[in-house]
Structure formats: C-alpha cells, structure tokens
Design a protein around this ligand. Structure first.
Ligand code: TXA
Ligand code: MG
Length: 344
C-alpha cells in the first residue's frame, strides 16, 4: 500500500514496517525502539540475525539524546557530511533503548539521510528509524519503488514514494571511534580523499587535537557483519567480461555495459533494454559520468531479471580510482561473486 508521510508516521509508531526513500537507496524502516518491529524487519528481508541495522536520525542532537558517544571526530564528520551519505560506527553505552537494532552490541551505525521525505518522516515520527536497504537479503538494494514492491510485495505495511534515489548506492560507512584513524568499512560516494579533506580542515581549525589517518577496509574479521554475506545479486546468472583482457567475449542472452561500450558495438541503448540480433543490451550509463552509473546500477539489474533470460554478461571496464569508481567496483565485485554461473 502506498502511504503519505503522515500515514507512514502512524505505521512506524504502531510497530509496522515502512519502505521510505533516502538519497542513497530506499530503507526498510521500523522503529528502532521496538524489538518486535526490528524483528519484523529481519523476517521481511530474510536477513541473518547476526547482521545489525543502521539507525537513521533526524539530526546530531537526536543522536546525542540517545546516548551515542559523539567524539569530536564524529562531530566533525557529521558537521561536514550530514545530512548526507556518510554513516558512522560509534560507541553505544549499554543498556540502551537502541540495543534491539544493534543486536545487543555496544556499537551503533548512525546515519542522517539527505532526502526531504526521509527528513520529514524522521522529524514527525520523532524517534530513530532502524533501516537496512529495502531488498530481500542478498539481492540488490532498491532505488525505485516499483523494483522494491516487486521484491517485497505485502511483507511491508506501507510504501512511501520519494522518486529515484539520486546517489543509487549505499552510504559510506566509517568507523569513527578512534581519534587517530578513520577506517572506511564500506566504500561509497564519500571516499578517502573527501574524508581526508574534512579532517585536515577540522585539524587546522583546531576542532580535533590530532590529524587522523584515513584507511580503507578493516583488517581481520569484518567489523560490519553484512560484509560477510553475498550481496547485490540479480536472479539471472552473470558472467563477466573484461574488455582489457585478451579473452574472447562470452556468449550471453544479455549484455550490461556502459553507453560508450555499447555505442562502439553499434548499439544505442538508453533507458530501456534493446534487443539486437539474438541478445539484449542494457546501458549502465556513461563511463564519463559515474554518478549516472551508480544511479542506474541496481535498477538495470532489476531490468535484467525482468527480461527472464538465462544468462547475462557484465562488461567490466576499468573506471579508475575515484571514490565513486572504487565504491562501484566494490558492489560489482560482490554482485559477481554473489551470483555467477560458477558459484564456487
Ligand atoms: O545507504 C545506506 O546506508 C542504506 C540506507 C537505507 O540508509 N542502508 C543500508 O543498510 O545499506 P544495510 O543494512 O543494507 O547495511 C548496513 C551495514 C551492514 O553491513 C551491517 O552489518 C552494518 O552496516 N552494521 C549495522 N549496524 C552495525 C553495528 N552496530 N556494528 C557493525 N556493523 C553494523
Ligand atoms: Mg543492504
């Protein structure tokens, strides 16, 4: 059922589930204060119970009110990037009313989404919303309501529309607990360079006492349990083709590639898949505008599944080392690992 913001507020207050828009991807939201509602999120997604939920807040004051440990470094990061696609792993002294969402952990991931509908929802509901991405566990995150409804159906009490997610891939997650080191746990549109700039400026202004290093990836056991699971996978079996390799391109019923690569093959695919010869071609967007690729990626995977073909090939180009290129690479690598014709 499609609902208004006011109806969504009522549903959340009654312990129900609401899919709502954010700038990154849609969230599958529940009151973070209700263990029953949080439990319903796990059931609806089929999510492993050891995988805790990100909590969404209206602003930094609300995060503070819930007793989350806001270090000077965390405040600096939020001041520069909130509301926005940056989520912070912080300490959560126990006992806490948010413990259901964190699975009893003494840490929490906090996020302030940059979407007018999400912020209005958070303001009116006046409590934190626990929300993983709106998709069945293991599948690609939802960036438009039609693909989410096709995935989750009536497992959700209310669907709140906010258009297509403008970023298109999930927020950057950083561990902000150590004043000497900011660790990127999940890459996103805000990457190492952007974070370095933020902490350098804050250090120069005297807002933090030491200049932390910024490193990518946690060493050893993953800090975010979700990193262990297969992700972002369509139902269609996917192979990969690297144009830079000398290997021959595999035959497939469908090809996913940038607009430029398709054009070089004489194919003009835009928003909709096109059928040429015996194959389908789906455009990921332009390699010169990777934000368009991020915005389209999950929806193109959904379009692929809609075609009902049995094999597809992802044309895996090298998109460079920008923050967004690295974040896309992370998703593509997981997607290819999550569902391939050779699952071993
Ligand atoms: O952009 C986003 O971050 C979206 C939108 C809806 O806000 N949310 C999202 O949530 O991507 P999800 O659940 O799909 O990914 C959250 C990740 C998972 O890998 C989870 O294991 C980790 O964050 N996580 C959440 N709470 C944690 C905690 N307290 N400690 C460690 N990892 C945590
Ligand atoms: Mg997810």
């Amino acid at each position: 059922m499609h609902v208004s913001v006011v109806e969504a507020v009522q549903l959340l207050k009654n312990g129900k589930l609401v899919v709502f828009p954010t700038e990154t991807v849609y969230g599958l939201g529940a009151s973070a204060l209700s263990p029953e509602a949080v439990e319903a999120v796990y059931r609806a997604k089929g999510r492993p119970r050891d995988n805790p939920l990100i909590c969404h807040f209206y602003d930094v004051d609300e995060i503070r009110r819930y007793g989350v440990t806001l270090t000077p470094l965390a405040l600096v990061l939020f001041k520069a990037a909130a509301p926005g696609p940056l989520s912070l792993l912080l300490d959560l002294p126990l006992p806490s009313p948010l413990a259901a969402a964190t699975g009893g952990r003494a840490t929490i991931i906090c996020r302030i989404p940059d979407h007018p509908v999400a912020l209005e929802l958070l303001r009116l509901v006046d409590e934190p919303i626990a929300a993983p991405s709106a998709n069945t566990s293991g599948r690609m995150s939802g960036t438009r309501l039609d693909m989410i409804e096709a995935d989750l159906h009536d497992k959700i009490d209310g669907y709140l529309d906010g258009g297509t997610s403008v970023v298109g891939i999930e927020s950057t997650i950083v561990d902000a607990r150590d004043p000497h080191c900011v660790t990127i746990l999940r890459p996103g549109v805000i990457g190492r360079e952007e974070l370095l700039l933020i902490v350098r400026r804050a250090f120069e202004r005297g807002e933090i006492d030491c200049l932390p290093e910024v490193v990518e990836g946690a060493h050893g056991a993953p800090v975010t349990p979700g990193a262990r699971y297969a992700h972002y996978a369509p139902n269609t079996a996917l192979t990969e083709y690297r144009p830079s390799s000398l290997l021959e391109m595999p035959r497939a019923d469908a090809y996913l590639a940038t607009a430029e690569w398709l054009r070089a093959q004489g194919i003009d695919a835009q928003v909709m898949p096109v059928h040429v010869g015996s194959s389908w071609y789906l455009s990921l967007g332009s390699r010169d505008d990777l934000s368009s690729v991020a915005r389209r990626l999950y929806y193109v995977l959904y379009q692929l599944d809609q075609l009902g073909v049995s094999s597809a090939c992802f044309v895996h180009e090298d998109w460079g080392m920008s923050s967004l290129a690295r974040a896309l690479e992370d998703r593509i690598e997981k997607m290819l690992r999550g569902r391939s014709v050779n699952p071993r």
